[in-house]
Design a binder for this molecule. Structure first.
Ligand code: GDP
Length: 368
């Protein structure tokens, strides 16, 4: 393990270790020797799909999990409290450095996962400045807060930045690797490039254990309904149940490398367990068009003639499109030992089945 990036075992000063440990409980009580302790993770974006999967994953690994939450009356607090009762919520905002410093002081995390962002590409065209502020500058503020709270040498806080395949945009090569130059096609993509670059810069400049995961699209039943996969699976379920007649989409030709979010959070954690910080592409290596996804989802529900139900509307086309994404995750395979477990067809089936269940329940009907 590299001496520059540690706690007791990672080369940090004894004073710092004492402060860090003084607030910790040991899960094994008196059976635990002094060096053993509960690790703490702080997650921004706890209310999102990835935040929820990551929280569950870390909880299963006996971490104390803290989630940053913005605002007093955030309507998603109830969801997190119900679904992830083990998560301790901490109030802070990626747009407010002092709130981030206070949150880090309070939690004293071993690991910080920055999953918080304005993450919907289409919205980023309409709220470009907000996107730049939260998705881009938010990373800088969090890194600054880590530097201020964790100290300037032997900083014990390990940092994960959620970078995105949207940074590749108008792709310069296929498949995309960690070396592929960026050409973002949306304010979201541009903000993510800044977040990625500033993470690398802080790692180089201040010796932080800062990693960036370049995650390709990853979906699940927890995906927001605004994203095309969930929009499709939800509509398929409702059409199958007779609750909806049509599905209105934009461009059906863009291709994405779609994986399962539950698999991808595992890669995030693995990055922070390595000896040295680095950047990794996380992807399945398979690409499918929106059309393929629609076809697979309708077929899974037993509706083979999907063209009957789908129309297109310019409202859902974007000012600039990302036509093709497919990642080469060889580095993650080799160095992290990470491989995706859920393939495209299983992902589609999982999402359609889930939406059939919840839509049927809401409507009070039996799943056919
Ligand atoms: P993105 O890759 O992060 O932009 O994820 P999305 O799920 O939002 O979009 C994936 C692709 O689906 C993009 O190329 C969109 O242009 C395309 N698409 C086509 N119709 C729709 C739609 O109705 N909603 C969304 N969100 N995307 C659509």
């Amino acid at each position: 393990m590299g001496a520059a990036y540690g706690q007791a075992d990672r080369g940090i000063s004894p004073e710092r270790v004492r402060v860090w440990r003084s607030t910790r409980r040991c899960p094994g009580g008196s059976r635990c020797g002094y060096p053993q302790r509960v690790r703490r993770a702080l997650i921004t974006g706890i209310t999102g799909q990835d935040g929820q999967y990551l929280a569950e994953f870390l909880h299963a690994k006996n971490y104390e999990v803290f989630g940053l939450i913005k605002g007093q009356n955030n309507p998603r607090i109830d969801l997190i409290t119900a679904e992830l009762p083990f998560v301790e919520l901490v109030s802070a905002d990626l747009q407010d450095l002092s709130s981030l410093v206070a949150a880090l002081e309070q939690v004293q995390p071993d690991e910080v996962y920055n999953l918080g962002a304005i993450s919907f590409v289409a919205l980023s065209f309409k709220q470009a400045e907000l996107t730049a502020n939260v998705t881009g500058l938010g990373v800088l503020r969090l890194l600054e807060a880590i530097r201020m709270v964790g100290g300037s040498s032997g900083n014990p806080i390990r940092f994960y930045q959620a970078s995105s395949s949207e940074m590749f945009g108008k792709v310069r090569e296929t498949p995309q690797t960690e070396q592929t130059p960026f050409y973002p096609r949306s304010p979201y993509g541009c903000a993510k490039v800044f977040g990625h670059d500033i993470t690398v810069n802080y790692r180089d400049s201040y010796d932080l254990f800062a990693c960036s995961g370049i995650l390709f699209n990853h979906e699940s039943p927890r995906r927001g309904i605004e994203f095309v996969t969930r929009k499709v699976t939800n509509a398929v379920a409702r059409i199958k149940l007779g609750l909806q007649e049509t599905l209105v989409l934009g461009d059906l030709e863009p291709r994405r490398d779609w994986g399962f979010a539950g698999d991808y959070v595992h890669a995030m954690w693995l990055m922070l367990q390595q000896d040295k910080p680095a950047d990794y592409v996380v992807a399945t290596g398979q690409t499918h068009s929106v059309r393929d996804f629609v076809d697979a989802a309708f077929r899974h529900a037993g509706l083979d003639d999907w063209e009957r139900f789908v129309t297109q509307d310019p409202r859902f086309f974007r000012p600039a499109e990302v036509d093709l994404l497919v990642g080469d995750a060889s580095k993650a395979h080799t160095e992290l030992g990470w491989k995706p477990q859920v393939d495209f067809e299983s992902l589609v089936s999982m999402m359609v089945d889930h939406d059939l269940r919840i839509e049927a329940k809401k409507a009070g009907i039996e799943v056919p």
